[in-house]
Design a protein around this ligand. Structure first.
Ligand SMILES: C[S@@+](CC[C@H](N)C(=O)[O-])C[C@H]1O[C@@H](n2cnc3c(N)ncnc32)[C@H](O)[C@@H]1O
Ligand SMILES: [Zn+2]
Ligand SMILES: [Zn+2]
Length: 585
């Protein structure tokens, strides 16, 4: 009798579960963002369906929905040669298998390691509170804002970017909207002419209650319209001519009685920021000074004049990140390492390219679209606490995640070599993987999907934050960037990586993984792309690596974020189930 994955994989129901998990991810996905990760329930379903026979569907469903450690896979070895943040490993471990995870990127490796390594949660919690205690006086100073005669702590600041009009030279504030924060049916909004914030019914077009002006966007898509002379131009062009866009602080969000309010930024607020500018001069020059590589995912911000990770922060963001990093650096052991990861996540919510939605009144990760986007307006959060993305919020998510993993995985021993530990995590290109033949029972993997997501450029951002805190402990962080350019398998013509490069590397990696499989072992992978060309490349890599596709299951993951698919063509996702051609004959 064959396995479920070969004959009766319930792909429709599994797709439905995966979609729902994309909206509401498993707790360990909140440890740290890693672009392009798939839901845990999908991996769990693929692993279970590869272990269980077709007569065991009832057991499949029961175990799919379990969230504690079970031992269906006991004594078996699982391999994912493109592990990323380690989703597949968590699920394979919780099914009792021994796991081997490979990824070329040191940041991916560190996220997976942090997810799995056993730690004393109470100690991490205490360390986080001690860090906050030390940084709080600075935060209280820099985030103070005045409401009437009262001083309160700001939750967030609203900034608008500016360029010089290419026609008349006047400064243009790139307002794409004037709505800042919605409270039920009403919205806090800003009038740039009167420099006031007002609360009004949310409508498509807003009218300033003071000057009576209908507030029209100055900027939409790639364009701006100069309010002075009416000239319509391209923002990137204006930036090319007059340099990196400027920025202006115009509003502040704070909380009263549990409800968010917004006020216009006043002189007092500007003075707080000027103080941060003075302090920023004392932040050592080498802090976060990592060059942004030129590639598909960075080309946009590079064209706006950015060169280094450090330039993606305003003065106050830089000062706060540095203050946190300094205090975390004084800690030891796993507390330092896990808090470094929380800080790296805070950094991604604390840049001048941090988008926000006025409806949710909170920021998004700067890389939510898997790119360095240029934002015409950004939200600067209180980096220490009480807002999404702030350090203490991230720590809370981290502790919750670790708790969940402890419950589902038990005690993992994480090793950086292939030995008897139940988790082996290696940073290396999968093309160079060397495992003994006949040593792996199952491969389930989610390889780089052609040019969909380019991890290294985004991982470099996190690498810049993590490196000073980790390089003493881990050789993986002693290098110059998160991974070598030549080693990452991806389609990125900007970096000179064509379809041939991608196919050859993938072929080699697949062949290495296949060589380690036991004769009855399955090689299962997920792939997603909207272009047939990418599927052809993948199929030829599998065939050349000696793997034969014995079954293909469609997946419907429609809300999986995929920025490159800006065109309306829907990406096709599928599971390819393979065996070694030699074992079939
Ligand atoms: C689609 S992602 C996998 C995401 C993963 N399933 C997760 O849960 O995070 C593909 C991964 O392949 C890695 N990768 C790219 N080239 C590689 C190579 N040559 N060897 C090993 N890993 C590589 C990337 O760093 C990325 O983490
Ligand atoms: Zn003009
Ligand atoms: Zn007005």
């Amino acid at each position: 009798m064959g396995k479920i994955i070969e004959s009766c994989f319930p792909y429709r129901e599994v797709s439905r579960l995966a979609r729902s998990e994309l909206r509401n991810p498993r707790p360990y996905h909140h440890i740290h963002p890693w672009p392009g990760r798939l839901p845990g329930v999908l991996f769990r379903a693929l692993i279970l369906a590869s272990l269980l026979k077709e007569g065991e569907l009832d057991r499949f469903w029961r175990l799919l929905k379990t969230v504690k450690k079970v031992d269906v896979g006991r004594g078996m070895v699982f391999l994912d040669p493109f592990t990323g943040s380690g989703t597949s490993l968590v699920e394979a471990l919780s099914l009792g298998m021994r796991v081997i995870g490979i990824d070329v990127n040191s940041v991916a490796w560190f996220i997976a390691r942090s997810t799995l390594v056993p730690v004393r949660l109470l100690e991490v919690r205490k360390a986080a509170l001690a860090v906050a205690e030390k940084v709080r006086p600075l935060a209280e100073r820099l985030y103070a804002t005045r409401v009437g005669t009262r001083v309160v702590e700001a939750r967030a600041f609203f900034w608008v970017r500016t360029v010089h009009c290419e026609n008349c030279g006047s400064e243009v504030q790139l307002f794409k909207t004037y709505k800042l924060a919605r409270i039920r049916s009403r919205v806090w909004a800003y009038c740039p002419r009167c420099r006031v914030v007002f609360l009004t019914e949310d409508a498509r077009e807003l009218v300033c209650p003071r000057c009576g002006e209908t507030l029209k966007s100055v900027s939409w898509g790639r364009f701006y319209r100069c309010p002075k002379c009416g000239h319509v131009g391209v923002v990137a062009e204006a930036a090319r001519k007059s340099g990196r866009p400027g920025m202006e602080l115009f509003a502040v969000m704070y909380r009263v009685g549990g409800e968010d309010r917004v006020k216009a930024a006043d002189d007092w607020d500007l003075e707080r920021y000027r103080e941060a500018e003075r302090l920023a001069k004392e932040v050592p020059e080498e802090f976060l000074r990592l060059e942004l590589r030129y590639g598909e995912e960075t080309s946009r911000v590079l064209s706006y004049g950015y060169r280094y990770v450090r330039e993606l922060f305003n003065a106050r963001q830089l000062v706060m990140l540095y203050a946190l990093a300094e205090v975390i650096a004084e800690l030891n052991g796993e507390a330092r390492r896990l808090l470094a990861l929380a800080l790296s996540k805070t950094a991604a919510f604390s840049t001048v390219i941090t988008p926000y939605t006025y409806v949710a009144r909170k920021p998004e990760s700067s890389f939510a679209l898997h790119q360095y986007m240029f934002e015409k307006m950004y939200m600067e959060i209180n980096a220490l606490e009480s807002v999404r993305g702030s350090f203490l919020n991230n720590v809370a998510h981290l502790l919750k995640a670790k708790h969940y993993v402890r419950k589902t995985v038990g005690c993992a021993r994480v090793s950086t070599s292939i030995d008897n530990a139940n988790v082996s995590l290696l940073v290396q290109p999968a093309q160079e993987l060397k495992l003994s033949p006949n040593s792996v029972d199952l491969v389930v993997t989610d390889p780089p999907h052609f040019g969909n997501v380019i991890n290294s450029g985004i991982a470099d951002f996190h690498f810049a934050v993590l490196k000073p805190l980790l390089e003493e402990d881990f050789a993986e962080f002693r290098r110059e960037s998160s991974c070598e350019d030549e080693e990452e398998l991806v389609f990125d013509p900007i970096r000179g990586k064509d379809a041939g490069f991608y196919r050859q590397g993938l072929t080699k990696a697949f062949a290495r993984a296949a060589a380690a499989l036991k004769p009855e072992g399955l090689f299962v992978q997920v792939f997603r792309h909207r272009e047939e060309k990418a599927w052809d490349v993948l199929r030829s890599a599998l065939a050349e690596a000696g793997l034969e596709i014995i079954k293909e299951w469609p997946l419907d993951l429609e809300n999986y974020p995929q920025p490159q698919a800006r065109s309306r063509v829907k990406a096709r996702s599928a599971v390819l189930v393979c065996r070694r051609a030699a074992d079939i004959r």
